[in-house]
Design a protein around this ligand. Sequence first.
Ligand SMILES: [Zn+2]
Length: 176
Amino acid sequence: MNNNSQKFTDTSFVYDYVNRLSAFLNWHQLDNFISKIEVSDRTGCWDWTAVKRNDYGRFKFFDKMVTAHSFSARCYYNYSGSKFSLHDCDNRKCVNPKHLFWGTQKDNMMDAKKKGRIYDRTGEKNHQATITKEKAKEIKYLLKYNSTVIVASTTKTSLYVCQCIKWGKTWKHLNE
Ligand SMILES: [Zn+2]
């Protein structure tokens, strides 16, 4: 996989991603999936915020629990082969398809071994996102006319933050 990881700020990539996933997920599932992603501006990683196991994100697809990053990559690349999706970014909870590549079982084991020696930065990356009142107002306004994904990407804010504003979980008191 290439090293020019594109960030969520790249709107065309996000559109493309959502489009490709919509071939596999209905609107409710797609919304559910996207809402669990939090973008790290620093690394470009799409951190999975929901259920995790061994740091790997998990997603309930119909009645089956699937690995979030693998699911993300398989849908995005429309891949149904037997290879494993491995992280280029050393961040197990990342579901950004641009940070994933396909490898064999052997690659998987070698990769795990290699990464065992690498310091895990997931805790440091896991910060509480905070935004200013002005930013919240801007987001609230934009959400009236745009999808959450687009607002998150154009305002460089995490999807989670935008989703919370959309659902009225945060910044409810702001005048419109
Ligand atoms: Zn990543």
